[in-house]
Structure formats: structure tokens, C-alpha cells
Design a binder for this molecule. Structure first.
Ligand SMILES: [Zn+2]
Length: 231
């Protein structure tokens, strides 16, 4: 899978933990393969697992030079996640951890844009807003909070015009797979993997009247600024 990604021109992959054990597993992969970097964190679906011991584990894992962010963390009010209070407690505890460590965050937001913006107001974070799912109107509020929208496969689906408008309008952006979910057009119904992100790059480049190499230069600059020296 990593070889296919390299063949598709993908030089760097950020993989996110969803709990302590998957964060640790991601880190083991990053130590085997130089193209992989890691975000460690507890996903809102697993918010109940973020006890003080888990928070201590994340802090220790984040000392590793292959860890570039705390994530993915956030709030999911789609109705398929943990109780809201539990999610918000886990999210804010990990935001505090990231700020304490000077690391950016990778944020999962589902049906919770206004709620997450309210939670982050007044906090001096920076990070990636993963799988951006709002439109151009919300961009400036997120950018003012220090977050960069990251676009995944759904941007390539015909119905998602608002996502393409947002990708055209934003000053800074990242592009992602959200593997194994949300395969781009042409691969829908199959397991997503990093190589397929090339399809999303091509769609965004066309939307911005650019080409893929210029878009790649933009995302590389954004990633280096966001994730710092460990990137
Ligand atoms: Zn997510």
C-alpha cells in the first residue's frame, strides 16, 4: 500500500490514532517507514477511554520525533458517537495537552461545526480540520481559530459543490484520504488508500485553475508550517 502511494507521488503520510493502542501501532509503522508521520490521540467515538492513564500515555508517545500532532480529536454529533459531555471533556483535555506540548491538533468535526468553534474560541490552537464538511461560508471562522481545512474524497462527488467552492476559496488547505473510508470518485465502494488521494488532488487543482504540482507545493508548505520540524 505504501509502495502504491509512493508510485502515485505521495511522499508523506500522516496517520491518526483513534485511541492509545492504535496511536502506538501507528508509531510502530512510522518507525519502519520513513514516509509516515503520526498524530496520537483519542477519537470522539472512543472518548470514554480517555482516562488520566491514557492521557499520560499520549503525553509519553508524543515525545517521539515521528509524532507531529495530537489527533484525531474532536466532536461528532451525528448520533453515532459517545455521549456529548464525554466527547467535549476528552476533546478539551487533548487540546490542553497539545497546547502544553506545543503541537498542532487534527480535528474531527461531524455535525458539530458551531459547537467546536465555540469550544475553541479564545484558545490559541493551530491544526488541521480533517475531512472538511462545511462550505465556503464557514472558512473564515475556522481560519481565525488557527485551523486549516483538509479535503477528502467527498469533494470529488458530483453533489458536493459546496466543498469544491470551499477548496477554491480557501487561502490554505491540505488534502487527505480519510482511509479506509470515503474513497474518491472512480474508487467508490472500495477500501480507500493513500494512493487514491491523487484523484482528490487532481479535482482540487482543476477547481483552483492550478496544476497538481503547484497544489502539492502549496500543501507541502502548509504541512511544514503546521507540523514543524518533525514533518
Ligand atoms: Zn474523522
Amino acid at each position: 500500500m505504501l509502495a502504491r502511494a509512493r508510485d502515485a507521488g505521495i511522499t508523506r503520510i500522516l496517520t491518526c490514532g483513534e485511541d492509545v493502542s492504535s496511536s502506538r501501532a501507528g508509531l510502530a509503522i512510522a518507525h519502519r517507514y520513513d514516509q509516515v508521520r503520526v498524530a496520537v490521540g483519542v477519537h470522539p467515538h472512543r472518548a470514554g477511554s480517555l482516562d488520566p492513564a491514557a492521557l499520560g500515555d499520549l503525553r509519553r508517545l508524543a515525545e517521539d520525533e515521528r509524532v507531529v500532532a495530537i489527533g484525531e480529536i474532536g466532536v461528532d454529533l451525528s448520533g453515532r458517537s459517545a455521549p456529548r459531555e464525554e466527547q467535549e471533556r476528552a476533546f478539551l483535555a487533548q487540546v490542553d495537552l497539545a497546547m502544553d506540548l506545543g503541537l498542532p491538533i487534527v480535528v474531527h468535526v461531524r455535525a458539530a461545526g458551531p459547537e467546536v468553534r465555540a469550544l475553541l474560541a479564545g484558545r490559541n490552537v493551530r491544526g488541521q480540520l480533517h475531512c472538511y464538511s462545511e462550505g465556503p461560508a464557514e472558512l473564515s471562522a475556522w481560519r481565525a481559530l488557527g485551523l486549516v481545512p483538509s479535503f477528502a474524497g467527498p469533494l470529488t462527488y458530483r453533489a458536493n459543490r459546496a466543498l469544491r467552492e470551499a477548496a477554491r476559496a480557501t487561502d490554505a488547505l491540505l488534502v487527505e484520504t480519510d482511509a479506509p473510508y470515503l474513497s474518491p470518485e472512480g474508487h467508490r465502494g472500495t477500501r480507500n488508500e493513500p494512493a487514491f488521494v491523487a484523484v482528490t488532488y487532481a479535482a482540487i487543482a482543476a477547481e483552483r485553475g492550478s496544476d497538481v504540482s503547484a497544489l502539492s507545493a502549496t500543501t507541502e508548505t502548509v504541512a511544514a508550517a503546521l507540523f514543524g520540524g518533525r514533518w
